[in-house]
Design a protein around this ligand. Structure first.
Ligand code: SF4
Length: 368
């Protein structure tokens, strides 16, 4: 069904001079989403989530060594507090949950402690299981730490960029492990080697090649629980990822110059995780009630008020067409928009004519 009241504003990405692993992964899912991510008008809708916050805390302590559990506890608390302040700034005026309530925070803390708490002789204080390694995988040991022969290695979270091949990225670790130059990405959740993760590691390998003049021989994902997955890097795979990133960059830059439109691929697989749903015309045209995603509504502001201390907002719903024609949204953290504005909201509770805002409810004012 057409939605005549919605003035569709396609994203207007700036010229891109390098493609990162995350941009390539987004591009493969939906070109339009990549455009929203790059457009400064909409990029702020993509905010840090709680799982990402746990990952940032884990990354910050994973490559360090602690000689007591207390030392580790202090570092974990400090990094959690730092990341929480970042979350608070991103989501203001909403109040995000505190670190103890983040998903997998306690489990990840336990797993990371097993990796990084050692006594002064280098023995694990928190007993860790023997590191699993699949056949052919390399396991890093204190001896291999010593084997870094290239000046400056290991590199930890070093930003690498090459405008000739048009790539940028920040590998978690580049080291010489067991004699093999290796790029490593740390994961706090599942460590499966998906296509996107493989591309991510190949992009890092291409960047290391351009910086060091040596192509890494290995790529690995290492998990907080000690698991690892890796593969040997072949130059044909690097050529393939370079071809695909060059194509994405060229098409994005044609869109930036206004010579082509970015393709939208709305659907129940692509859209649910997309933070730009509330600004996306193709999504609102296609959105169906059985899509498993946070609710999204666009409507005209009919009124606002207070219920006790809670601010509410009444909308005449324009999209999706299958929602009740009116929505009262209770508990909005931010200031009420003007009466008559075309406005949208995502990630609230409720499928009836009453909805309840959450700390991570997003809003967007449509251009008119
Ligand atoms: S909501 Fe769906 S169609 Fe729109 S940008 Fe996001 S993934 Fe693409």
């Amino acid at each position: 069904m057409a939605l005549p009241e919605l003035t569709w504003r396609p994203p207007q990405p700036p010229v891109v001079d390098h493609v990162t692993p995350s941009l390539l992964a987004t591009w493969k899912q939906c070109q339009l989403r990549a455009g929203f991510q790059l457009d400064p008008v909409t990029s702020g809708l993509h905010k840090m989530g709680l799982r990402a916050a746990v990952g940032i805390v884990a990354h910050a302590v994973l490559e360090r060594r602690f000689v007591s559990q207390n030392e580790f506890e202090d570092a974990w608390a400090e990094e959690s507090s730092r990341t929480y302040k970042h979350l608070e700034r991103e989501w203001a005026p909403a109040s995000p949950p505190t670190p103890r309530n983040w998903p997998r925070w306690a489990l990840t803390k336990h797993q990371v402690a097993r990796r990084v708490v050692h006594d002064r002789a280098g023995n694990a204080i928190v007993t860790a299981p023997a590191r699993r390694a699949a056949p052919g995988q390399l396991v890093r040991s204190p001896a291999t730490e010593q084997a870094d022969r290239t000046p400056g290695l290991p590199w930890r979270e070093r930003w690498l960029e090459d405008h000739v091949i048009g790539l940028g990225g920040r590998p978690d670790l580049v080291e010489r492990s067991g004699g093999a130059l290796t790029v490593v990405d740390f994961k706090t959740g599942q460590g499966d080697m998906t296509d996107d993760r493989r591309d991510q590691l190949l992009i890092y390998a291409a960047l290391v090649h351009s910086s060091l003049g040596e192509l890494p021989a290995r790529a690995e994902i290492r998990c907080a629980d000690g698991g690892a997955h890796g593969f040997g890097i072949r130059s044909e795979e690097i050529d393939d990822v370079l071809r695909r990133t060059a194509s994405a960059r060229a098409l994005l830059n044609e869109a930036a110059a206004g010579r082509r439109a970015l393709e939208a691929t709305p659907g129940p697989e692509t859209c649910p995780s997309c933070p730009f749903r509330l600004a996306c015309g193709p999504f609102l045209q296609s959105y169906q009630p059985d899509w498993v995603c946070g609710h999204v509504v666009a409507g005209r502001v009919r009124g606002t008020g207070l219920l006790g201390v809670q601010r509410y907002l009444d909308l005449d719903v324009v999209a999706p067409h299958w929602r009740p024609r009116q929505l009262r949204l209770i508990g909005l953290a931010e200031s009420a928009p003007e009466h008559g504005r075309l406005w949208s909201v995502s990630d609230f509770e409720g499928i009836s004519a009453t909805g309840f805002a959450r700390w991570n409810t997003l809003t967007w004012s449509w251009p008119e």
